[in-house]
Design a protein around this ligand. Structure first.
Ligand SMILES: *[C@@H]1O[C@H](CO)[C@@H](O)[C@H](O)[C@H]1NC(C)=O
Ligand SMILES: *[C@@H]1O[C@H](CO)[C@@H](O)[C@H](O)[C@H]1NC(C)=O
Ligand SMILES: *[C@@H]1O[C@H](CO)[C@@H](O)[C@H](O)[C@H]1NC(C)=O
Ligand SMILES: *[C@@H]1O[C@H](CO)[C@@H](O)[C@H](O)[C@H]1NC(C)=O
Ligand SMILES: *[C@@H]1O[C@H](CO)[C@@H](O)[C@H](O)[C@H]1NC(C)=O
Length: 758
């Protein structure tokens, strides 16, 4: 260590060295490669490549990282000197340094790594072969399922290797014994792929481009050889892929299909939570590398969009949104014929690393006949939206002429306290969204033993389906075995761990029959330390055994404020009981003069007796000015839900024109939001009544800012003619005058003469 630290460090020196490096740039790679090869011969060649039969590419990448990593610090101040020193290091020196890695691995900034690019260009031909070997066959098989005479003729990725634009190294925040390295990989090569159908060459793929963030996790770190127990490789986010397809215009849907298959193949293999893992040491538990270790859950509210492009002949679009984080995907429903759609759609994503992952959204116009039209897309860096002030935003659409989308986010951290569940359940209940989750269950399926045979003389091809609530996940298929080793990690969102069970079904791929099953009540995990069990053996229902690890975490939103803290119980009745809390907010009726004040006092008491004991009706002549009756309404605005909830309870004291001429009343509601958009609703008609009861609830999606500039007009009408018109009275509510509707506000409003007859 000391020898790396005592390098001269002045800026002047740096400048000199930069020049030096420039001059020797051509010679550099050779020395680096030499250094690199020496390291390999020191500790990896024997182990990794020959002994453990590790794929060459994976090992090289790991070693590249290590070599770079070790020389990086000194490279900065003096590459040449460090090179000389590094080259003269002995095995023990190297080991000493590597042994100390975890303590000083904290470089937050991205670095350019030119020398790494040089190495990649040296080993590019073998990477090239590797990709061809692993992609060509499977991809061809996939495409042949749809276009059966398809064949790749020539596959050549050309001479230009991918470039690494930046490297970032850090200790994983959750565990100490790992090294995490992110590479910004960019490939813009001269690839040329020819393919044919029915024997005739019909097209080529050219100008293949790929941009991605590749993450390599080296873990666990060991104190003995080979230092690193294993490696995980994956893309944090779906890579950007772009290519030209030439010469296949004749076959409709083909270009789209090929593109989709390529993306799917990459996503399924390599995009988190999918990953490539390799153990360097047999004694390392596979679970260490293969189980998932998410850091939290991102709850996304796809609220609305504005000014989308017109794509249909009707001058409107039928928009929907696809969101994804890594390989996880959510799709909203379609809002028909709308350029300013409100989806009010919620979904949740399991997040591995909120600092490095991003959320991608794409808006499409559903088209019955053709391919769906693209309306715009965008990328949201998750680290930017998990703070409270930043979590409610409009995003401009990229790749579109105009339009923006309103997204809201909630970051849910993972708690090991089962007691946090009460708060989580409360929050979900308040949101009143159907299928939100309160907990995260991480499952590691190790293996099963002694599975029953479904067919005689033949072993099954078993795979696992995991079910929690309505969500399902599938494992890989293992061939011809009654003792399958899946060694696969999953994470599943749980609606309510008090109630939900994890159902593990083992299915035979050949016959599609269920071989065996395990039902585990998630609630049981609360009684284990740290809410987890590790490699427990469970008896399956029919015959065999299964070995699994489970971990339960409760989702906690640190910004959640209980809207009903003073409520007594946590049952469903909460909403109802608080609905009836009388509200002390000022009423919208005009400020009374002195004379009116007295009258109002009288009215109030009358209203109260009337509402308490029904069927009491006063004669209209009791009044000086015409009494048009009162209406009882509850108003409530939920910020979490971005919803105004209006409940029309009842009307009392409707006037009569003549004795016996009783109205058939109903209420028309008109909510006018900024921009003169109005939403109209009608209650049912209650025939023949002066004290009709409605108890109907209306919900309006709008932001708090919109609410403040909104107006609700409730017009009481009669289905029968009345006073030469069918309008009886009206209440106009300007929400500007309501400072706080965070709690349901139930109040009687005086009906006045209608100005707006609509
Ligand atoms: C692919 O086909 C084109 C002609 O269509 C040809 O010029 C080119 O050399 C072929 N590429 C390969 C890699 O065979
Ligand atoms: C709720 O259900 C819808 C439709 O079934 C689904 O698209 C959505 O992802 C689910 N939301 C959550 C949070 O699971
Ligand atoms: C829990 O399960 C019981 C019966 O399985 C059901 O009646 C109850 O509604 C469930 N409660 C919740 C909150 O889902
Ligand atoms: C909304 O309508 C009113 C009258 O109906 C009009 O005075 C006002 O200018 C309109 N506002 C906008 C933003 O169109
Ligand atoms: C109110 O009207 C809107 C739009 O016309 C409609 O979508 C909604 O279902 C109505 N609400 C009720 C409770 O009928």
């Amino acid at each position: 260590m000391e020898r790396l630290d005592d390098q001269p460090n002045s800026a002047k020196m740096d400048q000199k060295n930069v020049d030096l490096v420039k001059n020797t740039k051509q010679k550099m790679p050779m020395c680096m490669v030499f250094l690199f090869l020496k390291k390999i011969s020191l500790f990896f060649l024997g182990y990794a490549i020959c002994y453990f039969n590790v794929s060459l590419i994976l090992t090289l990448l790991a070693i590249c990282s290590l070599v770079w990593f070790e020389t990086k610090k000194s490279n900065k101040s003096n590459r040449i000197a460090s090179k000389a020193k590094a080259c003269s290091m002995t095995t023990t020196d190297v080991l000493k340094i590597i042994d100390q890695l975890p303590s000083w691995v904290t470089y937050p900034d991205r670095e350019r790594a030119e020398w790494l690019n040089e190495i990649i260009s040296q080993i590019w031909p073998s990477i090239n072969n590797f990709i061809i070997k692993h992609c060509r066959g499977p991809l061809q098989t996939k495409i042949r399922k749809k276009f059966d005479s398809f064949r790749f003729e020539d596959v050549d990725f050309g001479d230009t290797p991918p470039k690494i634009d930046g490297v970032k190294v850090y200790k994983a925040t959750t565990t100490k014994d790992s090294i995490v390295i992110d590479f910004d990989v960019y490939y813009d090569g001269d690839c040329d792929i020819n393919f044919s159908m029915s024997g005739a060459q019909i097209g080529r793929i050219r100008d293949f481009q790929l941009g991605a963030e590749l993450r390599i996790v080296l873990k666990p770190l060991l104190i003995k050889m080979p230092i690193i127990g294993g490696i995980q490789i994956f893309f944090l986010n779906t890579p950007d892929i772009n290519f030209d397809l030439e010469g296949i215009t004749g076959i409709s849907g083909f270009s789209y299909f090929v593109r989709q298959q390529i993306e799917k193949r990459i996503t399924k293999k390599l995009v988190f939570p999918n990953k490539i893992t390799k153990r360097f040491l047999k004694s390392v538990e596979a679970a260490e590398l293969k189980s998932l270790e998410p850091e939290g859950v991102l709850r996304v509210h796809v609220f609305e969009a504005k000014d989308l492009q017109r794509k249909d002949v009707t001058g409107k679009s039928d928009p929907y949104v696809i969101l994804n984080v890594g390989a996880e995907e959510c799709k909203t429903h379609v809002v028909k014929r709308a350029l300013n759609p409100k989806w009010d759609y919620w979904c949740e994503f399991v997040i591995l690393d909120p600092l490095a992952q991003h959320l991608q959204f794409k808006i499409f116009d559903q088209d019955e006949l053709n391919e769906d039209d693209f309306l715009g897309s965008g990328i949201v860096e998750i680290r930017n939206v998990i703070k409270e002030e930043e979590n409610d935003k409009w995003f401009k659409l990229d790749n579109a002429k105009h339009g923006k989308i309103h997204l809201r986010f909630t970051w849910l951290a993972l708690s090991v306290e089962y007691d946090s569940l009460l708060v989580a359940l409360q929050e979900v209940r308040q949101l009143k969204v159907n299928n939100l989750s309160t907990a995260l269950l991480t499952v590691y399926i190790d293996s099963a033993e002694d599975l029953p045979k479904v067919r005689e003389h033949k072993k099954p091809d078993p795979y696992v389906i995991l079910t929690v609530g309505k969500k399902q996940q599938k494992s890989k298929v293992k061939k011809h075995t009654t003792d399958p080793m899946w060694e696969q990690g999953f994470s599943l969102l749980v609606p309510n761990p008090n109630n939900d069970s994890l159902v593990i079904s083992i299915i035979d791929k050949q016959t599609d029959t269920k071989i065996d099953k395990l039902v585990y009540h998630i609630r049981n995990l609360a009684d284990f330390p740290d809410m987890q069990i590790s490699k427990e053996e469970f008896q399956l229902t029919v015959a065999g055994k299964i070995i699994i690890s489970l971990q339960l975490r409760i989702l906690t939103n640190e910004f959640f404020e209980d809207e009903e803290t003073d409520s007594d119980s946590d049952e469903e009745t909460i909403r109802h009981s608080s609905m009836s809390v009388p509200c002390t907010k000022r009423s919208v009726s005009p400020k009374p003069t002195r004379v009116e004040e007295v009258q109002e006092a009288v009215e109030k008491s009358v209203v109260e007796t009337v509402s308490a004991g029904h069927n009491v009706r006063r004669s209209p002549s009791f009044r000086v000015k015409p009494d048009l009756g009162q209406i009882e309404v509850t108003l409530f605005y939920s910020e979490a839900r971005q919803k105004l909830v209006v409940t029309v309870h009842k009307i009392t004291n409707l006037p009569l024109k003549e004795i016996g001429d009783i109205p058939d009343p109903y209420v028309k509601l008109k909510l006018t939001t900024p921009g003169n958009n109005s939403i109209k609703n009608k209650t049912k008609v209650v025939p023949d009544s002066c004290d009709p009861s409605f108890e109907e609830t209306y919900e309006y999606l709008l932001t708090q800012a919109e609410l403040r500039n909104s107006q609700l007009i409730m017009t009481v009408k009669s289905k029968r003619m009345f006073f030469n018109s069918n309008v009886i009275g009206q209440v106009v509510i300007n929400f500007k005058t309501f400072h706080d509707l965070e709690e349901p506000c139930r109040e009687w409003f005086e009906l006045t003469e209608a100005r707006d007859s609509d």
